[in-house]
Write a protein that binds this ligand. Sequence first.
Ligand code: NAD
Ligand code: UDP
Length: 313
Amino acid sequence: MKRILVTGGAGFVGSHLCERLLNDGHEVISLDNYFTGEKRNIVHLMDNPYFEVVRHDVTMPFFIEVDEIYNLACPASPIHYQYNPIKTVKTSVMGAINMLGLAKRIKSKILQASTSEVYGDPLVHPQTEDYWGHVNPIGIRSCYDEGKRVGETLFMNYHHQNDVRIKIIRIFNTYGPRMHPHDGRVVSNFIVQALKGEDITVYGDGSQSRSFQYVDDLLNGMIKMMGTDDEFTGPINIGNPDEFTIMELAEKVIAMTGTKSKIIYEPLPSDDPMQRCPDISLAKEKLNWEPKIKLEAGLEKTIAYFEELLKNS
Ligand code: NAD
Ligand code: UDP
């Protein structure tokens, strides 16, 4: 049994990770400031004596003795990370410094939830880990993209300078139950709009692409990465290489929910990447990992979750 700290533990991915680690027999501490996370996501875990909940902001130092740290604290949806961009940068940068300082002091392993956003609006397709990216440093997404890029820089430097045992994963668009119904990300938006019979809002002409990974596949990749030898730091792409246009996603959600909702077009936000698809050769080689859940199967579970949520709200 290990003692594991999950920052951002009350968020979408973090809550699934806490649950999975508890089920695997570990002691888990969730640290969260509840900016985008919710107690509702972890309330079902609170009876477990091996689960602890801490309200804390990662921009402030935190001390604890653990074997492993998963650093997930950071708003992930564009509307949330753009709400207070300075805070987003602080969360990424000071959060990384605080958690790396902790890992250094207690000699724990630490995994950083980085992102495909480090590739920006990519000129290389699909994206391989050796691609340096194409990011606008002063655009509306930069607080998140550049924050996460500095996060990777800090992780690498703590590793080289202080021998901290680091792991960096670059997560591609992930979806599933417990996404916030109003967080503005495309999968949750389309499903909630479809279930409410509201217009489906496609930004731009819908020809931009994304590759959607179901959350369980991400957890498998994440945990496998944490388990690799200390020499292997990443960064490593964790995503589903099945690529869809946003229009294809809208059509799938309409067909699967049987909604009467109509598609409407809204302006494409600035710096919105036109395409995104991971090259996962490295994950296949180093982790013997690849995603197993097809988009339809994942959407089915996610639609069922939102149906239940809307029924009870
Ligand atoms: P989320 O917004 O649901 O979860 C983030 C959690 O971090 C929330 O519970 C939030 O309250 C918490 N948090 C935010 N700022 C904090 C702070 N200063 N101190 C403490 N807690 C704070 O997002 P998610 O989708 O679960 O993403 C989790 C991580 O994975 C993030 O770091 C995100 O950048 C990364 N990621 C996610 C995706 C995705 O598609 N879901 C893709 C790439 C990277
Ligand atoms: N998008 C959309 N309608 C929505 C929400 C998002 O067309 O209601 C588009 C958005 O412009 C982007 C894609 O869907 O091209 C994915 O957006 P999301 O915010 O989920 O993730 P990210 O842009 O960070 O990959």
